[in-house]
Design a protein around this ligand. Structure first.
Ligand SMILES: Nc1nc2c(ncn2[C@@H]2O[C@H](COP(=O)(O)OP(=O)(O)OP(=O)(O)O)[C@@H](O)[C@H]2O)c(=O)[nH]1
Ligand SMILES: [Mg+2]
Length: 459
C-alpha cells in the first residue's frame, strides 16, 4: 500500500486517537472534539519520527458509525471487525489506545482481536495528564494483556517522547526505513458544494473505497488527505467537506469542516472544483470558484455525475462527449465571466470516466503556475507584443520603466511606473489578460501590480 512503514492508531471512540495523531504530526490536523465518533474517515499523514518517516493513520472511522448498541454489549460488528483486521494486517505497527480510567468491555473486545498481532501492537494509555492519573491507572489496563505499555498525555506531551522513541526503534529494527524525501510534487484539493461527488471522485482517483460516500449531503465533515503515485509524481489529494447554501448556519462540526476546507484550498497547488452535472452550474458553484480564485489557485472544473446526464451507455461515445463538453464550456463562460480559461472536464466518478484526465490537467496547471520568466525576456516580449503600452496616447502621461516577475504560484508581476495615478482604469486587467495569453498562464490566476518609481537622476 504505502512505501513508508504504516503506523495505525486504533481504539474505541473517544480514547484520544485524533489527539495522539495530532501530537505526533505536530500540527492541527483531524477534528478533535470531546465527543465520541468525531472522526469519520481515516486520516493519513507522512511524519518524521526521529530519523524515520512513517505513514501515520488515525483509524477513528473503523469503530464509528456502527451499531452502538452492539458496541455497548461488547460486540464488534462484522463490518468494523473486517475493516479493523484489514488495517491491522496492512500496518507495520499498531498503537492501541485506551483511556486510563475508562477501560471497558469494548476495549477488551478490541484487545482480543489485537492480541493475535501482539508483536506489532503497542498499548498506549491516553489522557494521562497528571502524575496522579498515572498512579491511578486501573488494573484493567494491565489485564488487556500487552507487555509494552506507554502512558501518554497528548495535552501535556507527557510520555510522548518515549512513545516516539519506541516507534522509531521498532521501525529501525524491522529494517523498514525509507530515507528519501517524503515531500509531494503536487497537492490537489477537491472542493465543491455538498453532495456533488467529491468523496466519490477522491475514491475514484485512489481506486478504493477510501472515504465514506453517501447520498445524504454533508457526509464529509473534515478534510482527509491521501497520496497517489501518478506518472512518476507524488500527489497529495485532499477530500474536503462540502459547502452548503448557508455555510454560516451550519452546526459546529460542519462549520469547522468548512474552515478546514478553506484551509485546504489555501494550502493546495491546484483545486479541483467538483459540480453536479445533473444540477448544472449553480450559484453556489460560482461561490466556490470565487473562493478558489480569491486564493489565486489554479483549478479544474470537474462536471461530475455525467453518467446521469447522458446515460451510462453514451459516455464512451467520444464525438457526442466532445459536443457536450463544448456546450457546457460555452454555458459556463457565458454565466461566469472569470471562467475564460477554466479547463472543464466531464466526469463520472462512479464509472471512473475521465478521472485521470483531471489529474493530467492539474499537473499541467501546476507546472504553469510554478513557471518563472526572466526579466529580460519578459520586457522584450511585452515591448514587442504590446507596443501600445510604451508609445502612443498612453505614454504621454504614463511612463512604464520595466516589469518583472517577483513570485511564482501565484505568478506575480510588478510593473514600475512614473506615477500610480496615471495608470488608467482597467489597465491592470488589460495587462493581466495580455500576460496570461502571451506567456500562457491560461487557467492560472496571476497577480499584476504597479509600483511607483522615480526615474534615476531625476528628482
Ligand atoms: N451516478 C453517479 N452518482 C454519483 C457520482 N458521483 C457521486 N455520486 C453519488 O452522489 C452521492 C454523493 O456522493 P459523495 O461522494 O458522498 O459526495 P460529496 O461531494 O463527497 O458529499 P459531501 O461530503 O456530503 O459534501 C452519492 O450517492 C454518490 O453515490 C457519479 O459520477 N455518478
Ligand atoms: Mg464527501
Amino acid at each position: 500500500m504505502s512505501k513508508y512503514p504504516v503506523v495505525s492508531i486504533v481504539g474505541k471512540p473517544n480514547t484520544g486517537k485524533s489527539s495522539l495523531f495530532n501530537a505526533i504530526v505536530g500540527r492541527g490536523k483531524s477534528i478533535v472534539f470531546d465527543e465520541a465518533g468525531t472522526t469519520i474517515d481515516i486520516n493519513r499523514e507522512i511524519v518524521n519520527v526521529g530519523n524515520v518517516k512513517v505513514l501515520l493513520q488515525d483509524t477513528g472511522g473503523y469503530v464509528l458509525r456502527d451499531d452502538d448498541a452492539d458496541l455497548l454489549k461488547g460486540k464488534i460488528a462484522k463490518r468494523v471487525r473486517d475493516l479493523l483486521l484489514k488495517a491491522v494486517e496492512e500496518s507495520d505497527l499498531i498503537l492501541f489506545t485506551v483511556t486510563y480510567n475508562e477501560v471497558d468491555i469494548v476495549d477488551l473486545e478490541l484487545a482480543k482481536i489485537l492480541r493475535k498481532y501482539e508483536d506489532k501492537v503497542k498499548l498506549v494509555v491516553t489522557k494521562v495528564d497528571t502524575i496522579k492519573q498515572r498512579l491511578e491507572v486501573v488494573d484493567e489496563v494491565y489485564r488487556l494483556g500487552f507487555k509494552k505499555i506507554y502512558f501518554v498525555s497528548s495535552k501535556t506531551k507527557y510520555g510522548l517522547e518515549e512513545l516516539l522513541g519506541a516507534i522509531e526503534m521498532f521501525i529501525v529494527s524491522a529494517g523498514n526505513v525509507v530515507s528519501e524525501d517524503a515531500s509531494e510534487d503536487l497537492s490537489i484539493a477537491i472542493v465543491g458544494r455538498v453532495n456533488v461527488g467529491k468523496s466519490s471522485f477522491f475514491n475514484a482517483l485512489l481506486r478504493s473505497d477510501r472515504v465514506i460516500v453517501d447520498d445524504k449531503p454533508g457526509t464529509t465533515r473534515d478534510s482527509v488527505d491521501d497520496f497517489l503515485e501518478y506518472k512518476g509524481k507524488r500527489i497529495r489529494i485532499v477530500d474536503t467537506a462540502g459547502f452548503r447554501k448557508s455555510i454560516f448556519k451550519a452546526g459546529r462540526i460542519e462549520s469547522f469542516g468548512i474552515e478546514r476546507a478553506w484551509k485546504s484550498i489555501e494550502r493546495c497547488d491546484v483545486a479541483v472544483v467538483v459540480i453536479d452535472g445533473k444540477e448544472g452550474f449553480t450559484k453556489q458553484d460560482k461561490k466556490v470558484m470565487g473562493i478558489v480564485l480569491e486564493n489565486y489557485k489554479p483549478y479544474v472544473l470537474c462536471v461530475n455525475k455525467w453518467d446521469l446526464v447522458v446515460g451510462e451507455d453514451k459516455i464512451n461515445d467520444e464525438k457526442e462527449m466532445k459536443k457536450y463538453q463544448k456546450a457546457f464550456a460555452d454555458f459556463v463562460s457565458r454565466t461566469f465571466e472569470l471562467s475564460n480559461y477554466t479547463p472543464i472536464v466531464l466526469v463520472s466518478a462512479k464509472l471512473g470516466y475521465n478521472v485521470d484526465k483531471v489529474l493530467d490537467i492539474a499537473i499541467e496547471l501546476n507546472k504553469k503556475s510554478k513557471k518563472r520568466i526572466s526579466t529580460g525576456l519578459f520586457n522584450r516580449t511585452l515591448r514587442k507584443e504590446i507596443p501600445e503600452m510604451f508609445d502612443g496616447e498612453l505614454s504621454t502621461k504614463l511612463r512604464i520603466y520595466y516589469s518583472t516577475q517577483v513570485e511564482a504560484s501565484p505568478p506575480t508581476f510588478v510593473t514600475f511606473v512614473n506615477k500610480l495615478g496615471n495608470v488608467p482604469n482597467g489597465f491592470g486587467n488589460f495587462l493581466t489578460r495580455k500576460i496570461t495569453e502571451i506567456f500562457d498562464f491560461k487557467g492560472v490566476p496571476i497577480k499584476v501590480n504597479f509600483i511607483e518609481k522615480e526615474r534615476k537622476g531625476k528628482p
